[in-house]
Design a protein around this ligand. Sequence first.
Ligand code: PLP
Length: 375
Amino acid sequence: MINEFNPPQRILLGPGPSNVEARVLKALQTPILGHLDPEYLRCLGDIQKMLRAVFETQNQVTLSISGTGGAGMETCIANLVEEGEEVVTCVNGFFGQRIAEMVQRWGGTPVRVEAGWGQPLDMQQVREAFRRSSARIVTMVHAETSTGMRQPIGDLQSLRDIRDAIFVVDSVTSLGAHPVSIDANRLDASYSCSQKGLGAPPGLAPVTFSERALDKIRKRKQRPKTWYLDIDLNDKYWSTDHLYHHTSPILMNYALREALAVILEEGLPARWERHRSNSEAFVAGIEAMGLRMLVSPEHRLWSLNAVCIPEGIDDARVRARLLNEFNIEIGSGFGALKGKVWRIGLMGSGSTRNNVLLLLEVLRKILREEGARIS
Ligand code: PLP
């Protein structure tokens, strides 16, 4: 006999998912509709309008892909990159690396521009790589979740004097927490996820494509090899024709709709300000304890805060104590930062002054008990 699953109530302060508000969870329990029901199509229309507001874009093709953030990444790469095409790929952490791998798997040739994990990319090096290559696509991760580093995506504009290009930006850990400003930054394609700054459960990947990006896709020599993630086929379901493509995840889209409504009710500037001030309060508390942040202040994310683990402290033991004794989840470092940092997510409904104060107090207690010298 398998009993009903009753998971514990955790405070999710890791790299995602973040906690989901009751109002959003409630949407998951409302009656299911058919995926071509006019009422459901109205829900999708609402999502499109609200996603445009949150991405800050007028892009017609703005919708949620059925799948997690990685499906959003693959949608952008598989549709835009053609066989043999060079793509300038900025890599300063795990997710930049993943984009490079995807470019390669979809037949492109990544021209990598690298910086150390937690270090900003040097735009001069990006310019040089772009100038020397034949690339018509440049990819960048806005919020590198593996390090807590924020890359200024507006700087991509400085490449336009060399030649025109399609700028693809990963906004998985920034959308809903930081301004992404697709149109003001003249970005052409971006993908995100439902489970971080947007405050819905994991399972959907919002994407947006500019006319210029769509034009490049229309002019491909061969259609994209992906069928499921083909942006044209997905758009034909979402836009006025509503042609069947796959059975839309109905309840997940209800949840996304509600999460977006919550965001717009709060207002984007107020939401960004909440994320900024809670992150800064957290950093002030961490530094007051004598601990260090990995990333320099001007490049720090508000949504993901990487704290250097003090010498001699057992990373896994501290995280296990937080989870088992206090029901608090935080993230470990991985790749080049394995065992070196804790990744603290303050995103969506998790970015509150209460969570900041609670985590600081609990961390101080555990670290003292574990023998760290902290003030
Ligand atoms: N890109 C970034 C920057 C991420 O942080 C993540 C996941 O954390 C992804 C892509 C992939 O998203 P998902 O795990 O939802 O597939």
